[in-house]
Write a protein that binds this ligand. Structure first.
Ligand SMILES: Nc1ncnc2c1ncn2[C@@H]1O[C@H](COP(=O)(O)OP(=O)(O)OP(=O)(O)O)[C@@H](O)[C@H]1O
Length: 257
């Protein structure tokens, strides 16, 4: 059975007003796929993410969620298809972990905002999957960066959308917690058939864990499986080679000593 395309971009140009930041971005992501967006500082990763969740307009081209153009979705329809975890610090840190995760059910609750049994089930499932039961009564400001990141992803999970977008979900985390978060994302796409797209500077980890990588390079913006991109030597020109080199044998970046 052919996998379903959950999100795609066609000939997408992104930027601010008359300032183009990245051009001709093309990709298609199926359900059950984890995709990392990589590229040097300032190349447009966060701009792409913000464009993909309609926080800013595309300059050209089309984004589709399933078979519908993002432009044609109402904000309620969008919030049932697409959840977003951005880097900006959350305004609601005064809430407990449970309360923050419960907010994710807003697209489904009635006008009073009361939670049904089904809503409560989604919230409890998320707490279970992300092992947050022992933290659920804690205030969000009391959490470590790694714990808060897990809570934010749990909230996106409880929103029950086909697509989850995350902006740098592993910043400020130590190596163990970076790997833990990325493995959780991998588990989500495989066990729950989600499509997850996240921006990252952890290219070595993305190469090991992602099904697809979108490499914003300011030219071709290649998209493919990590091994396809390695074979086509796209990683080799990403950084100046006198500083960092790409080792094709191990599929990882090394310091050029
Ligand atoms: N609100 C804005 N208005 C105008 N230009 C902006 C705005 N936000 C970002 N930019 C510019 O857009 C470009 C891309 O920024 P963006 O934050 O998308 O890059 P990035 O790849 O996510 O960078 P980093 O890896 O450093 O987080 C930069 O040149 C930045 O200065």
């Amino acid at each position: 059975m052919a996998s379903k395309v959950n999100i795609s971009a066609r000939e997408l140009h992104i930027g601010y007003g008359t300032q183009q930041i990245a051009n001709t971005i093309n990709f298609k992501l199926n359900e059950g796929q984890l995709c990392g967006v990589v590229g040097i500082n300032g190349i447009g990763k966060s701009t792409l993410l913000r464009t993909m969740c309609n926080l800013q307009p595309a300059l050209k081209g089309e984004i589709k969620i399933k078979d519908k153009s993002l432009d044609n979705l109402t904000s309620l329809e969008q919030s049932k298809q697409l959840s977003v975890v951005l880097t900006e610090s959350i305004a609601s840190k005064n809430l407990t972990v449970s309360e923050l995760i419960a907010l994710s059910r807003q697209p489904y609750t009635n006008w009073i905002g009361s939670l049904t049994e089904k809503d409560k089930e989604f919230i409890q499932n998320s707490l279970d999957i992300f092992e947050l039961n022992n933290l659920k009564k804690q205030k969000c400001y009391e959490l470590s960066d790694g714990q808060l990141q897990r809570v934010l992803i749990a909230r996106a999970m409880a929103q029950d959308t086909a697509v989850i977008l995350l902006d740098e979900p592993t910043t400020h985390l130590d190596l163990y917690h970076k790997v833990q978060i990325l493995k959780l994302l991998k588990q989500l796409v495989k066990e729950h058939q989600k499509t997850i797209l996240f921006t990252t500077h952890e290219i070595n980890l993305a190469i090991q864990l992602c099904d697809k990588i979108l490499l914003l390079d300011g030219k071709n913006n290649p998209f493919g499986s990590p091994s396809e991109l390695i074979e086509k030597k796209y990683f080799e020109t990403l950084f100046p080679s006198e500083t960092v080199i790409f080792d094709t044998k191990t599929g990882s970046f090394k310091v050029n000593k």
